[in-house]
Design a protein around this ligand. Structure first.
Ligand code: KIV
Ligand code: ZN
Length: 498
């Protein structure tokens, strides 16, 4: 069997489905180009029928990217497939990803149907997609919980109908690694024609086994791994691209190779985390802040004597730049531009000028500017066109006194001011904003995250605001955590329909 593993990245589809992770088209193009230079084989760019925004993103990514295949998701519905084909019209290499649930749970409760009818729908959707594109991938949703005998019948039928790739998702993250590997093995042993197509794994992480299941599937014959950067995705997420790439790079004995340029992993991980406002857990394998940090004295001593005593990966192999220049107030525009470039961000001159101004202000408050700060500064300029902006915020608070805030907002170019008291400084700031924007809003989730460590650090605030029975996600980042909270609240309001 061929030892080349195809990497199918679904950060922009399964990853982007996560509440609060939505990107606009420009940001999606930025991620798609970074995925291209990382070396992924397929980019799942969206689900075109789901919204005009998704449709547009698939169109624009198709124009912007050259080498990877661009894939669009559909249900087993003719109109979905027609719309996907239209969205893919500019792609140099295109693929439609269509499919249907095959487990008895899906057949009975989702479709109120039976196995024979679902088999017919599976064949029909592949045949219909074949009218538009040559490369058709079929997914058997919830294959992880699908009876193997029935799954083999479905896989054989869709291969006969023209599928070029068959995806075996463990949609609910239920399988054990051995069970999932055996499922793939079973298919290879029981499906005619399976050697003429690529079998794909698509594992979710509900029980923390997504990567283990993916590896088990590959060791049993699958040759496409469906993954996301940082493992983001529905619920507990998908298999992490960086884990699969580094497992096969580290275990050369397994003789599986990918096209991933692993030195770009850290840059794209930070880019995705920053654009999606989705923090990476510090102990996350490969890309977590502590992935290469040795804190115990014994480990430090061992690493200093010989790196390989405690490190199985050379940090440079994933682009961790140990000698990265820490920027300070004395760093020039060129140093900032270079750092942005290393982190995978190219900016037009006017945006760079503005980012540099903000950089100098931040460097005044904070001695060393690290990569997370630089990414935060780059991200801030993405929201420069917001309708409502924070002009100023002053808060008095302390122990034994009531907090009072006065706030100034610029709304569509006009200035508004208000004061309010509250139960703590954040409450006072938010009440003052509410005194300007008279809508019935309810603060739901509120999360403060320090970017690195020190007391002069930039804090990030994530929040969800309920308005008119919908939830809107807001994000703010500032060395002043009260200002970051006010910015996050305003960011959420900016997303309300007018
Ligand atoms: O998890 C899943 O089953 C999916 C399919 C749509 C491929 O994301
Ligand atoms: Zn999925």
């Amino acid at each position: 069997m061929d030892n080349r593993l195809f990497i199918f990245d679904t950060t922009l589809r399964d990853g982007e489905q996560v509440p609060g992770c939505q990107l606009n088209t420009v940001e999606k193009i930025e991620v798609a180009k970074a995925l291209e230079s990382l070396g992924v084989d397929v980019i799942e760019a969206g689900f075109p029928v789901s919204s005009p925004g998704d449709f547009k993103s698939v169109v624009e990514i198709s124009k912007a990217v050259t080498w990877p295949t661009i894939c669009a998701l559909t249900r087993a519905v003719e109109n979905d497939i027609k719309v996907a084909a239209e969205a893919l019209q500019y792609a140099k290499h295109k693929r439609i990803h269509t499919g249907i649930g095959t487990s008895d749970y899906h057949i009975k409760y989702k479709f109120n149907s039976n196995r024979e009818e679902i088999l017919e729908r599976a064949i029909a959707c592949v045949a219909y997609a074949k009218k538009y594109v040559e490369d058709v991938q079929f997914y058997a949703e919830d294959a992880g919980r699908t009876d193997n005998e029935y799954l083999a019948r479905v896989v054989q039928a869709v291969i006969k109908a023209g599928a070029t790739v068959v995806n075996i998702p463990d949609t609910t993250g239920y399988c054990l690694p051995e069970e999932f590997g055996n499922k793939i093995k079973y298919l290879f042993e029981h499906v005619d024609g399976i050697h003429n197509v690529t079998i794909a794994t698509h594992c979710h992480n509900d029980l923390g086994m997504a990567t283990a299941n993916t590896i088990s599937g590959i060791l049993n014959g699958a040759r496409q791994a469906e993954v996301t950067i940082n493992g983001i995705g529905e619920r507990a997420g998908n298999t992490a691209l960086e884990e699969v790439a580094m497992i096969f790079k580290s275990h050369r004995d397994l003789d599986i190779v990918t096209n991933i340029n692993t030195q770009k992993i850290t840059g794209i991980s930070k880019m995705v985390s920053n654009l999606m406002n989705m923090p990476v857990q510090p102990n996350k394998a490969i890309v977590g802040r502590n992935a290469f940090a040795h804190s115990s004295g014994i480990h430090q001593d061992g690493v200093l004597k010989n790196r390989e005593s405690y490190e199985i990966i050379d940090p440079k192999d994933v682009g961790v730049d140990e000698n990265s220049i820490v920027l300070t107030a004395r760093s020039g525009r060129a140093a900032l531009k270079h750092r942005l470039h290393v982190l995978g961000i190219e900016m037009p001159k006017e945006d760079l000028d503005k980012a540099y101004e903000s950089f100098l202000k931040l460097a005044d408050k904070k001695k060393d500017i690290n990569d997370d700060d630089v990414l935060m500064l780059a991200g801030k300029h993405r929201i420069k066109d917001a309708r409502i902006k924070l002009d100023y915020l002053q808060v008095t608070s302390g122990v034994g006194i009531h907090s009072v805030a006065s706030v100034g907002l610029i709304i569509a170019g006009e200035k508004f001011e208000a004061c309010a008291s509250g139960n703590g400084p954040v409450d006072a700031a938010i009440s003052a904003i509410k005194n300007i924007i008279h809508r019935k809003m309810l603060l739901k989730d509120f999360l403060i995250q320090a970017i690195t460590r020190g007391s002069n650090d930039v804090g990030k605030v994530h929040m969800t605001v309920e308005y008119d029975n919908n939830h809107y996600y807001g994000f703010g980042a500032n060395t002043d955590i009260i200002a970051a909270s006010a910015e996050a609240f305003i960011d959420a309001i900016n997303k309300f329909p007018n």
